[in-house]
Design a protein around this ligand. Structure first.
Ligand SMILES: [Ca+2]
Ligand SMILES: [Ca+2]
Length: 333
């Protein structure tokens, strides 16, 4: 065992803690999410500082902003008349750069990643309708009523639920993994925001077939595919291809509700292998995907597993997930 000077070690720890306190304090002030309509108090909600999913969400937003700047630079470099934000031409050029199988990803994967983040953000805001909570009906509030273990019925669809759940358990990894994709399936690209890629892999492991119509572009929600090229682990060569429905939260929502199942009004309707998506800040834009991997026998609460950060069997009322608007997707395939 190496022996270190106790003062040096403690001094460093103290400085680190001090820096962390200062950082967290200033960060918390900046992170205010508007209260949703279903918040009867109408007070602003301060999200807990240890919420790793919110942190991830903020990082994605930063990436989007960097991507916007990068795209503006590219537009300037192209010269000529600059297309207006929101115009058809603007999207065409943006999509050309953000194409997972386009030139830019091969030339400069890091730059491409920023443009991919910006392009998706742009697409969601300009093309995809917001996702509203499911109809109220008999359920009220946040849709958590009506949970019971007894309400679980097994349907005889083609979807192999235990296959999907077993896959999820095998590749979910843990939050402490270094690198984060240590326990991911090396067949697939490892994304810094991997939640929807992971859920898609689980659906695929449950036997859901790929769909790729030649007339649809990769960003259309009707398609759902992943193509591996080469034998490189985690797609280190950056040459695999995929549709946005495979990797992007809201695109998968529209794919599932259009082809594989429906939006349920309560988590009590969810079976193993069903999908839960989250809208952290209640703006109608979905931010996170997870798969139901177990049901708590005490109260029927569904537990989900997900990537980024990697978590297994998390109750939906856990500190990470309880404050978020949830979208329940029941697979009927
Ligand atoms: Ca590859
Ligand atoms: Ca959102």
């Amino acid at each position: 065992m190496k022996k270190k000077k106790p003062f040096g070690w403690r001094g460093l720890l103290f400085l680190f803690l001090l820096a962390a306190v200062v950082f967290v304090g200033s960060w918390q002030k900046g992170v205010v999410f508007a209260a949703g309509n279903d918040n009867p108090t109408g007070k602003e909600q301060y999200c807990s500082i240890n919420d790793e999913l919110i942190e991830r969400h903020i990082k994605e937003k930063e990436k989007v902003e960097k991507g916007r700047k990068t795209f503006e630079d590219l537009l300037r470099q192209r010269g000529g008349r600059k297309p207006a934000y929101g115009s058809k031409e603007y999207w065409q050029i943006l999509a050309e750069y953000a194409d997972p199988e386009g030139k830019l990803r091969k030339q400069d994967p890091e730059k491409w990643e920023l443009l991919d983040a910006y392009a998706y953000d742009y697409y969601v805001k300009n093309f995809l309708p917001p996702v509203k909570p499911e109809r109220t009906g008999t359920s009220s509030g946040n849709g958590e009523k009506g949970i019971s273990a007894a309400s679980v019925t097994i349907q005889g669809g083609l979807y192999n639920r235990s296959g999907a759940v077993n896959y999820a358990y095998r590749y979910v990894g843990s939050a402490s993994d270094v690198p984060f994709y240590k326990n991911y399936n090396p067949y697939y690209h490892a994304f810094s925001a991997d939640c929807t890629n992971f859920v898609s892999q689980c659906l695929r492991a449950g036997g859901v077939p790929l769909v790729d119509a030649w007339w649809r572009p990769w960003f259309a929600s009707g398609d759902w595919y992943y193509y591996r090229r080469g034998t490189d682990s985690f797609d280190s060569n950056n040459d695999d291809g995929w549709s946005w429905s495979w990797v992007k939260v809201q695109s998968l929502y529209y794919h599932i509700t259009g082809r594989l199942g429906f939006q349920a009004y309560s988590s009590g309707q969810l079976q193993l292998g069903d999908i839960v998506q989250f809208d952290f800040n209640n703006d109608g834009i979905l931010d996170h995907s997870a798969i139901v991997t177990s049901i708590d026998s005490r109260d029927g609460m569904r537990r989900v597993s997900y990537h980024t950060a990697n978590r297994k069997d998390v109750r939906m009322d856990s500190e990470w997930l309880k404050d978020s608007r949830k979208i329940y997707l029941h697979i009927t395939y």
